[in-house]
Design a protein around this ligand. Structure first.
Ligand code: PMP
Length: 421
C-alpha cells in the first residue's frame, strides 16, 4: 500500500527517497524464501552502504593500495595524502577546529575505552568519581567500570524518568569536587531519547569537568558541531553513518589529547625509540598505533560526502516524519507498549507486547515479510532493569526507509500477533 503524501514537498521527498534507494544495492535484492526485498529497520545497529562508499573502497584496493605515512614511493605518498585529506573532511563534518583533533579508532567502543584508559588512567585516583547516565550503552558503562575498579574510583549515575529522559536537574547534586569526567550518549540506542547534552556540558563546565559525548546514534541523524556544543570528546562509528565497519572517530579538544598518554604502543605512534625509553608522536598519531584502516577511512569520508549530498537537515526532517507516522499506528495495537516516550526522540521505536517474547516476534516478522527488527537488551541491560523488561523489539529508521515499508511492517506485526495469540 502506498500512502498519499500531503504536500508537494512531501511528494518531492518521496520521489527523492526512491532515487536514493537506488544507491543502496542491498535494498533491491530479493531475500529468503519469499524472495521479497528486505525491509530493514535495524539501522541503529548498523546501516547499509551506498554504492559510492562501496566503489570508493573497491577502487582503493584495485588501484591505490599502499600503506600510509611510511612510503617514499608514489602510490604510498598518494595514499597518505588521501588518508589525511579524509581526516580533514571528517574534522569539517563535525565542526572541529583542526584535523589534529580527529583520532581514528575502530568505533565508539574503542574511542570510549581510549578515553577511559588514557584520560581516566592518568586523572582518576582513589575516591574520584565518573558520572554517566542511566540509559547508556554498555560501551559507555564497562570501560568506566573497569577503570574505576582499577583506580578505586566511583561510578555515579544520572537518573532518568519513566519516559526515558535524563533528569538533568539532578546532575548538579551528583557533581562533587571529586568528579573527574562526565560521559553521556547524545541519543539512546535503546529508547531513542535525545539527551540534553548542551545543558549537561554547561553544568559540567561550570565545575571545570570535561564531557565525553557518545554520538553513535546522533552523528547519522543530525548536524553535529563540536565547537558549538563545546564538548571535550565526541565519538561516532563509521558503520552507523553509511560507512564501513572497523572505523570510527574520536574527536578530542587539542589541550586534552596533548596531555594524554598513549592508549596502545607500536609503530607509527612514536617519536624516538630506544630500549631504555621512548618518546611519542604528537596527537592524533600518538593514539594510532599500527597500520590504520586505510580503505575504511576513505570509505568513511565518501559516506560523509554522501550524507552531505542529501543534507542532514533533510535527513532529520524525513526520519522524523517516519517516526511520527509509525508511532500512532503502533500505539493502536492492542497490548503494545512503547518503551521510551521522551519528548525529543530520534527515529527509533522500542516496544513490548503483552505476554509475547520480542525474539519470537522478530523471528516471525522476518519469516512473514522480510522485516528486520532488533529484539534484545540492546546492550543496555541496566536500562532494561529500570523498565523491568528483559528485552524489547526495536524498529530504527533511516532516510532510505519509506512509509510503505512501515505499512508492511505494521500489517505483518498484526498477523504475527494473531498467530501467537
Ligand atoms: N554507543 C551507542 C549509543 C551505540 O548505539 C553503540 C552501538 N550499538 C555503541 C556505543 C558502540 O558502537 P560500536 O559497536 O560501533 O563501537
Amino acid at each position: 500500500m502506498n500512502i498519499l503524501l500531503k504536500t508537494e514537498a512531501d511528494q518531492k521527498m518521496q520521489l527523492d527517497i526512491q532515487k536514493i534507494r537506488q544507491d543502496f544495492p542491498i535494498l533491491s535484492q530479493p531475500f529468503g524464501e519469499s524472495q521479497k526485498p528486505l525491509i530493514y529497520f535495524d539501522n541503529a545497529a548498523t546501516s547499509h552502504k551506498p554504492k559510492q562508499v562501496i566503489d570508493r573502497i573497491s577502487n582503493f584496493y584495485a588501484c591505490e593500495n599502499a600503506t600510509v605515512r611510511r612510503g617514499i614511493y608514489g602510490i604510498s605518498a598518494q595514499a597518505t595524502l588521501e588518508f589525511e585529506k579524509s581526516r580533514e573532511r571528517i574534522a569539517s563534518f563535525i565542526g572541529a577546529s583542526s584535523s589534529q583533533e580527529v583520532v581514528f579508532v575502530r568505533g565508539c567502543t574503542e574511542a570510549i575505552n581510549l578515553v577511559a584508559r588514557s584520560y581516566g588512567g592518568s586523572n582518576l585516583g582513589e575516591g574520584d568519581e565518573v558520572i554517566i547516565s542511566a540509559l547508556e550503552h554498555h560501551a559507555n558503562i564497562i570501560p568506566w567500570q573497569i577503570i574505576c575498579g582499577e583506580k578505586k574510583a566511583k561510578l555515579k549515575i544520572i537518573p532518568i524518568n519513566e519516559a526515558g529522559e535524563i533528569q538533568v536537574d539532578q546532575l548538579s547534586e551528583l557533581i562533587s569536587p571529586k568528579t573527574k569526567i562526565i560521559s553521556v550518549s547524545h541519543v539512546s540506542n535503546a529508547l531513542g531519547s535525545i539527551n540534553p547534552i548542551k545543558e549537561i556540558i554547561q553544568i559540567a563546565h561550570a565545575h571545570n569537568i570535561p564531557v565525553l559525548i557518545d554520538g553513535a546514534q546522533s552523528a547519522p541523524h543530525f548536524k553535529i558541531d563540536v565547537q558549538e556544543l563545546d564538548c571535550d570528546f565526541y565519538t561516532f562509528s563509521g558503520h552507523k553513518i553509511y560507512g564501513p565497519t572497523g572505523i570510527g572517530v574520536l574527536y578530542g579538544k587539542r589541550k586534552h589529547l596533548q596531555a594524554m598518554p598513549p592508549f596502545q604502543g607500536g609503530g607509527d605512534m612514536i617519536d624516538l625509540v630506544t630500549f631504555a625509553q621512548s618518546t611519542f608522536a604528537e596527537p592524533p598519531h600518538r593514539f594510532e598505533a599500527g597500520t590504520p584502516a586505510i580503505a575504511e577511512v576513505l570509505g568513511l569520508s565518501a559516506a560523509l560526502d554522501y550524507v552531505d549530498s542529501i543534507g542532514l537537515d533533510n535527513i532529520h526532517d524525513y526520519e522524523d516524519q517516519l517516526l511520527q507516522y509509525a508511532t500512532p499506528k503502533l500505539q493502536e495495537i492492542d497490548g503494545l507498549k512503547i518503551i521510551g516516550t521522551a519528548k525529543e526522540k530520534a527515529s527509533l521505536i522500542s516496544f513490548v507486547i503483552d505476554s509475547m517474547h520480542p525474539s519470537d516476534l522478530a523471528t516471525l516478522l522476518d519469516h512473514d515479510s522480510n522485516v528486520a527488527v532488533r529484539a534484545g537488551h540492546h546492550c543496555a541491560q541496566p536500562l532494561m532493569q529500570f523498565y523491568k523488561v528483559s528485552s524489547t523489539l526495536r524498529a530504527s529508521f533511516a532516510f532510505y526507509n519509506t512509509f510503505e515499508e512501515i505499512d508492511i511492517f505494521i500489517e505483518s506485526l498484526k498477523r504475527v500477533i494473531s498467530m501467537l495469540r
